[in-house]
Structures are given as C-alpha cells and as structure tokens.
Write a protein that binds this ligand. Structure first.
Ligand SMILES: NC(=O)C1=CN([C@@H]2O[C@H](COP(=O)(O)OP(=O)(O)OC[C@H]3O[C@@H](n4cnc5c(N)ncnc54)[C@H](O)[C@@H]3O)[C@@H](O)[C@H]2O)C=CC1
Ligand SMILES: O=C(O)C(=O)COP(=O)(O)O
Length: 409
C-alpha cells in the first residue's frame, strides 16, 4: 500500500462558496500553501473534477456533497462545513469512507438571532408593507395593525443555540418567550416550554423556526399548522427551506390570516446571485424575503473561517477529531519525537486485535494508543517510534476493513 502521508506543501485545500479569507490566512499560517478559494458553489461534473485531487474541502450551505459526489473524492480526508447546518452533506456516506466532517456550530448564531429580532419588530409594525407602499409613491400613515413587541409572545420552535440566543434577546425587549423542542431544554430567563407545537402555535404572536433540516422537520409547518396560528400572527423561517410549505403560507398572507412573514430560506434557492429567485411569496408586501443571509455578517463569516480552518488544521496536523459531527471523536496530545499512525476502519470485531498482533509480530513498540468508534466506523491512533512507521503503515493498511490510513511525522 502506498505511503499516504504528505508534506504540507502537497496537501490541497479546496474552499468553495466565498468562504472568508480568514480561513485562507489560518491555513497559510499553519504551513498549508495549496489553498484554492472559489467564490461560488459547484455541482455536477465540475464539482467531481475539482474534488478528484482535494484532501480537504470547505463548503457552505449550497454545495451538495452526496454519496455519489463523495465517491469521486478518493483523497478527501475531511470536509469543513463553514456554517452551522450539515444537511447538505451525506454524513453517513462520508463516515463510511473515513471522511470526518467539521462545522461551526456557534459562529453565526448571534447573526441569525439579531435578524429575527429585527424582523419581529418590523413585521409587528407592518413596516415592510408601509415601506413598499412608500416606494410606489403611497402613504400608509396608520396605527391600525401596528404593535409593540413588548408583552407579545414569541414562540420559538427548536430551542437550540439560535433559539435560546433569540430567547434571551427577545426577553430583553420585554417579549414573553414560549418554546417547543423535541428534547427537554433548560428555559433561559423567564422562557417557558410549551405543552406541544400546537399549544405554541395557538398562543404565539410571532412564531420563529430554528430546527435543523431532518426527515422529522420536513414540511412540519404546513396548511394545518398555519391555520392553527393566531389570526394576525407572524411567521419567521430562517432555518431551512424544507421546514415550511410555501403555498399555504402565501395563501395565509393573502387571506390576511397571518399579518406577515419573514423568510430567509426556501425549498428551492437560486444557485447564484445571477439566477432568478422564483417564489409564490414574491409581491406580497408584508413578507420580508431575504436571500439566505441569516448568518451572513462580516463578524460571523470571519469567525467561521477561523473556527473551521482551525478544526481542519488540527485534524490534519495532529489527528484530533473532537467536535466532528459524523466521526469518532478522539482528543490527542502532541506527538513530539514519535510518528503518529491514524487508522480508520469499519467498526467490526477484531480489527484492533489484528492491528496489535501485526505490530507485535513486527516487533514494533506502541508508545501510545487511542481508540474511539462511532456507529459503523472505528478510529485508532497509534504513536510509534519514528523508525517503525513506514512498515507499520504498510502492514496496517492491509488489515481487512481498513478505510484509510495516514501517518503524521
Ligand atoms: N438562515 C441562515 O443563514 C442560517 C440557518 N441556520 C439553520 O438553523 C438551524 C438551527 O441552528 P442551531 O440553533 O444552531 O441548531 P441546534 O442544533 O443548536 O438547535 C436545533 C434545535 O432544534 C431541536 N429540534 C430538532 N427537531 C425538532 C423538532 N421536530 N421539533 C422541535 N425542535 C426540534 C433540537 O432538539 C435542537 O434543540 C440549523 O440547523 C440551520 O439549518 C443556521 C445558521 C444560519
Ligand atoms: O449556517 C448555516 O446553516 C446557514 O444556513 C448559513 O449558510 P451559508 O453559510 O450562508 O450558506
């Protein structure tokens, strides 16, 4: 088996979707010189061709890394999702190929929460409509249907990082927070957990969605849920476009059952800024339409660049995989004076004993060994005397069930 360790100058990073230059700076500072940064997403043949020789790829929410695409990435060691959501990546397929996936779970949380808060204020005042009318030369000076946020009930669906951050900000404005989550969560401040989604929908003046894209969240807000909302309520979706059915939402705005909505994510989003945005929500004045920019602030993007690049560098340099979203998590000390062998394998009985038998038969002394498994994959890291790493790498690569080996000097 060929030696799979490379010096840093040969390790290729492909960064797509205009990832912030802070990531490039971090990679350069860590000694990685082959960093290609492209402004947009790729798909189809172009994506497959670019992935053919990449060791690391960085994407945002747009690029779809399916099992089929990953099959064309034979050298890929890890994927950096320079965002929160990882639904665009087939995490199980990546794991089965020994590819670790990292993301930035907190770097754009605040940006989304601030946007939703601002949208709540504007929509409760009917500002988008008044603004649209003024742009057309009209004048809608009226207090009719315009309300303060103070004392209103904000219903947060998905009380995770964004939902709970929003909860704190909304309470500081004097809103009452009600939330619904599928797991028990610590209510922050005076927030209260709703008895059910139905209970929340029936009581909230503003409903904001912060769930991940999952089979269980697909179309979770459809005609029935919208009908169950209070007349005159507001719906905000900055989670994923598959969570809300757009046609019943558009109908509820037209019929004035809902007073307004803010939508940042759509079932079908344009591929780039050059493509047309098509949606039944276009032209509805009290609907704020934003082009999936919930997390797009300079602060968030710069922090995400640093955070995810650091995770990729750490995994590349040292093998530490903690915070991976799909992969066994191993925290490793430095390996000064030793060669570190990384062995990713199918999680079946006997692999570790075969590895240790081979090392013992070849008179190779183990300085340290770390093992972790996650579902169908095991990750064992072995520190060895420098002189033995070549033979160990070759022999261990032949162990049945081996997915990938690397050696770090
Ligand atoms: N518009 C944008 O630019 C951005 C959108 N997002 C989206 O926001 C989502 C949420 O982000 P975080 O709060 O960081 O995630 P998180 O994982 O911290 O929180 C999600 C919460 O949703 C809950 N949940 C899951 N299924 C549920 C269900 N069926 N009903 C109710 N609750 C459910 C989970 O238990 C968890 O508490 C991300 O997965 C991403 O899709 C994130 C960042 C930016
Ligand atoms: O962080 C997320 O999950 C987002 O949706 C943000 O996506 P983006 O990086 O703006 O393509």
């Amino acid at each position: 088996m060929a030696k799979t360790s490379l010096d840093k100058s040969k390790i290729k990073f492909l960064l797509l979707e205009g990832i912030h230059s802070s990531a490039v700076d971090a990679l350069h500072a860590a000694g990685y010189t082959q960093v290609e940064l492209l402004p947009g997403a790729l798909e189809g043949q172009e994506l497959r061709a670019r992935l053919a020789d990449a060791h690391f790829v960085g994407i945002r929410s747009r690029t779809q890394l399916t099992a089929e695409v990953l099959a064309h990435a034979p050298k890929l060691v890890a994927i950096g999702a320079f965002c929160i959501g990882t639904n665009q990546i087939d995490l199980a397929a990546a794991r089965a190929r020994g590819i670790a996936v990292f993301n930035a779970p907190y770097s754009n949380t605040r940006s989304v929460a601030e946007l939703v808060l601002a949208q709540s204020i504007l929509l409760l005042r009917g500002i988008p409509e008044k603004n649209a009318v003024a742009h057309r030369g009209g004048w809608l000076k009226s207090a009719e249907g315009a309300f303060e946020t103070r004392g209103k009930t904000l219903g947060i669906v998905g009380y995770g990082a964004i939902g709970s951050q929003l909860s704190v900000l909304a309470e500081s404005l004097g809103m009452q927070v009600l939330f619904h989550d599928v797991v028990a969560k610590l209510p922050l401040g005076n927030a209260r957990q709703a008895a059910s989604l139905q209970d929340l929908l029936a009581r909230a003046d503003v409903v904001s969605l912060h769930v991940p894209e999952l089979p269980s969240t697909q179309w979770m807000i459809g005609a029935a849920e919208i009908a169950a909302m209070k007349p005159g309520a507001i719906l905000i979706n900055a989670s994923r476009g598959t969570v809300v059915e757009i046609d019943p939402l558009a109908e509820a705005i037209r019929s004035k059952h809902l007073a307004g909505a803010a939508v940042d994510v759509f079932p079908k989003e344009p591929k780039s800024n050059k493509d047309e945005f098509v949606s039944p929500l276009r032209g509805l004045d009290n609907v704020i339409l934003t082009p999936h920019i919930g997390g797009s602030t300079m602060e968030a993007q710069a922090n995400i660049g640093i955070e995810v690049a650091a995770k990729l560098i750490r995994y590349s340099d040292n093998g530490t995989s903690t915070t991976a979203v799909n992969f066994p998590e191993v925290a490793l000390p430095a390996h000064e004076g030793k060669h570190r062998l990384l062995h990713v394998h199918q999680n079946v009985p006997g692999v570790l004993s075969q590895i240790n038998r081979i090392l013992s038969e070849n008179d190779i002394n183990i300085a340290a060994q770390y093992l972790q498994t996650r579902e169908d994959v095991g990750y064992v890291v072995i520190d060895l005397d420098a002189r033995s790493s070549d033979v160990a790498l070759e022999k261990l690569g032949q162990v049945p069930g081996t997915l990938r080996t690397r050696v770090l000097f």
